[in-house]
Design a protein around this ligand. Sequence first.
Ligand code: CMP
Length: 133
Amino acid sequence: MAEKTLFIVKPDAVSRNLVGKVILRFERKGFKILKLKMFIFTQDQAEKFYDVHKDKSFFGELTSFITSGPVVAAIIEGNNAIATTRIMIGATKSFEAEPGSIRGDFGLGLSDNIIHASDSQESFDHESRIAFE
Ligand code: CMP
């Protein structure tokens, strides 16, 4: 079933010139890129984007990192996009992510974990509205 999802290439990956390598993974897998945008999150956008985490101890760290430099947002489409993309990006803690996953192959960080991807239809609707507003 064709489904859409959103991913954000985070500031660490953009500053390390990994944008192309990350996007290539999704094109190679067979996803179609529907939208692509480079921008810098405002504080307000970041707080809305990550509002599910607003009561977490790391919320300040999270919003300060995601606003720290340019990101690249993409909406992609393909079979089972949400779940498949979550498998492709790997565990949140890059230092524990499986080799072969994007975080497992490119990073060691937690805030700076290369990429974010929507984890449900609801988060896709919410996050894509903010990223492509
Ligand atoms: P992401 O997939 O963007 O979703 C929420 C982000 O919060 C997550 O990736 C991590 O970058 C970040 N995160 C999760 N847990 C922690 C933590 N304990 N400390 C700092 N950042 C965290």
